[in-house]
Design a binder for this molecule. Structure first.
Ligand SMILES: *[C@@H]1O[C@H](CO)[C@@H](O)[C@H](O)[C@H]1NC(C)=O
Ligand SMILES: *[C@@H]1O[C@H](CO)[C@@H](O)[C@H](O)[C@H]1NC(C)=O
Length: 184
C-alpha cells in the first residue's frame, strides 16, 4: 500500500503528460509519518531509505490484527507546496474515497501487486480479493518507481496522504522534495 503512494502519482501525472522519457528533476523523501487510530487493531512502521544514488525504497511493516471489514474505506490525496511547506494546495490527482476492497481490486492489483511480490508479503491474487485476514505484512526495500512521471516537474514539495477509514484506521503521510538536476 506504500509504494502505492508514489505509483499513484506516477499514473495520474503520466495520464496528463503522455510521451515522456528523461526526467530533469531529482526527488528526495523529506518525511514519513504513519498514524494509527487504535494500535491494538492496526499499527505499523514505514521508513524510506536510500537504495542507490538518487533512488529510494520503502521498508517497514503493517500489523493488522483483525480481518479487514467490508466497510473499510480508503482515500489518497496529493498536495503541493511551492513555499517550502508553509502552505499546501490540493492537486487534482487523487483516489477518491471508496471501498478498501475496491481499491485493492483496481489500483493495487493493476499497479502495485506485481512489484510488491518481489519485496513484501502483500496479498497476491488472480481474481477478486474479497477478504483480507488479520496478518502481519512486512516490506523490505520496495523501490519507488518514477518511470511514469513527467520529464518536467517544478521545484516543490509534494505531500501524499493515504488514509483508511473504519475500524482499521491508518494515515500515511509522505513528503517528497522535487529539485532540478544540475545539467552540465
Ligand atoms: C482499541 O480496540 C480495542 C479492540 O477492539 C478496544 O478494546 C479498545 O477500546 C480500543 N481503544 C480505543 C482507544 O479505541
Ligand atoms: C495466478 O495464476 C497463475 C497462472 O495460472 C499462477 O501461476 C499463479 O500462482 C496464480 N497466483 C495466485 C496468487 O493465485
Amino acid at each position: 500500500m506504500l509504494s502505492a503512494v508514489i505509483i499513484f502519482i506516477s499514473c495520474a501525472l503520466a495520464a496528463a503528460n503522455p510521451g515522456l522519457n528523461k526526467r530533469s528533476w531529482n526527488y528526495m523523501p523529506v518525511s514519513t509519518k504513519l498514524t494509527c487510530r487504535n494500535e491494538s487493531i492496526a499499527n505499523g512502521e514505514v521508513r524510506i531509505g536510500l537504495l542507490s544514488r538518487g533512488n529510494y525504497a520503502f521498508s517497514g511493516f503493517f500489523d493488522i490484527n483483525i480481518d479487514v471489514p467490508k466497510e473499510t474505506e480508503t482515500e489518497v490525496n496529493i498536495y503541493r507546496s511551492t513555499d517550502g511547506g508553509t502552505t499546501y494546495k490540493i492537486e487534482p490527482y487523487s483516489v477518491p474515497r471508496q471501498g478498501f476492497y475496491e481499491v485493492m481490486n483496481s489500483y493495487y492489483k493493476d499497479i502495485i501487486m506485481s512489484s510488491a511480490a518481489k519485496c513484501s508479503n502483500f496479498p497476491q491474487f488472480n481474481d477478486t480479493l474479497e477478504h483480507l485476514a488479520a496478518q502481519k505484512y512486512h516490506f523490505e526495500k520496495c523501490e519507488l518507481t518514477t518511470d511514469a512521471l513527467p520529464n518536467y516537474l517544478p521545484d516543490s514539495l509534494y505531500k501524499i496522504n493515504v488514509q483508511t477509514f473504519g475500524l482499521v484506521e491508518l494515515v500515511l503521510e509522505v513528503v517528497v522534495e522535487i529539485t532540478q538536476k544540475d545539467l552540465y
